[in-house]
Unconditional design. Structure first.
Length: 306
């Protein structure tokens, strides 16, 4: 696997990290169907996607203020503020806004397949940030994964790419960057403090935007259920598990469990949203999973020197 030596044993921290990573992936797997449930479709819109993105961060931000006060968490220092701001740009604003806009146009199954390259994107950014040199095999897999996603999007778009696909790929990049910077912060702050400070730092923007975009007409109760989930779990509790997992087991190792996320998202979208899974979609998803799995097992060399 990239960036880590082969070993015949697994440390307790690594094992805990992998288990927490699986829990985080399951929680995040529901994010796409629940975001679709909250925002609805272009034909039957519910909550404004911008309200969903900013409102969920505002709710989680208020809870974070209470958590930080109750635990007596220390204030971030120096460069930590910059990393917090960068993490917020990725996981508080970039991923939720772009995903919400995208799933208004395409179904959750479609979004799940495209977002399947998230683990490779995370590994690529981690390798660059951690000053590691991925092998040619790793880059080949990364390009193959991107080609598969583009091919799937073109097939679903009847020969052409949709704006929603560009939004989804942008969301993947934002989330990957946020994951890596958040994991770096977890070395100095606890994983719980990382996401809480990220959300608190974002409050001056999330609260007023959420207020401005709040619904003025009634929406379905199911939309509020989706909003509650992405506010409490996707935007808050899930990150407690995920950042702790990355800190315990290592970013490059633990991020491998993300290969399960698109399949879980697709399977969950069927009962939650009544979406349909076809054989070709499953084939593309399986191909993306295989490429991601192989790619994340390719060697990555650590660069020496500054």
């Amino acid at each position: 696997m990239p960036g880590l030596p082969r070993s015949t044993t697994t440390s307790p921290d690594t094992a805990r990290g992998l288990l927490l990573g699986l829990a985080g992936v399951f929680m995040f797997a529901l994010s796409i169907p629940m975001t679709r449930l909250a925002g609805g479709s272009a034909e039957a819109p519910q909550l404004d996607p911008v309200f969903v993105a900013f409102g969920r961060a505002a709710v989680a931000g208020v809870l974070s203020v209470l958590y930080l006060a109750a635990t007596g968490a220390r204030r971030p220092r120096g460069r930590e503020w910059a990393l917090l701001a960068f993490t917020a740009a990725g996981v508080v604003f970039g991923w939720p806004v772009l995903l919400g806009l995208a799933v208004r146009q395409v179904d959750a199954v479609h979004a799940s397949v495209v977002s399947g390259v998230l683990p490779l994107a995370t590994a690529v950014i981690a390798a660059v940030v951690l000053r590691q040199r991925p092998s040619a095999g790793f880059w080949a897999c990364a390009l193959a994964g991107l080609a598969l996603v583009i091919g799937f999007a073109a097939w679903r778009g009847a020969g052409g790419l949709e704006v929603a696909d560009a939004l989804l790929l942008g969301a993947v990049v934002c989330a990957s960057a946020g994951y890596v910077s958040g994991a770096r912060l977890s070395a100095a702050l606890s994983s719980e403090q990382v996401i809480c400070w990220v959300l608190v730092l974002s409050l001056p923007l999330t609260v007023p935007v959420a207020a401005l975009t709040r619904p003025v007409a009634p929406v379905a109760a199911s939309a509020w259920l989706g909003f509650a989930y992405v506010s409490l779990v996707s935007m808050w509790i899930g990150f407690f598990a995920w950042y702790r997992a990355l800190a315990l087991g290592g970013t490059l190792r633990v991020s491998q469990v993300q290969v399960l996320q698109p399949f879980l998202s697709m399977l969950l979208a069927v009962p939650l949203l009544g979406e349909r899974l076809d054989a070709m979609t499953l084939l593309f998803a399986a191909a993306v999973l295989a490429v991601v799995w192989v790619g994340k097992r390719q060697p990555v060399e650590v660069r020496e020197g500054p």
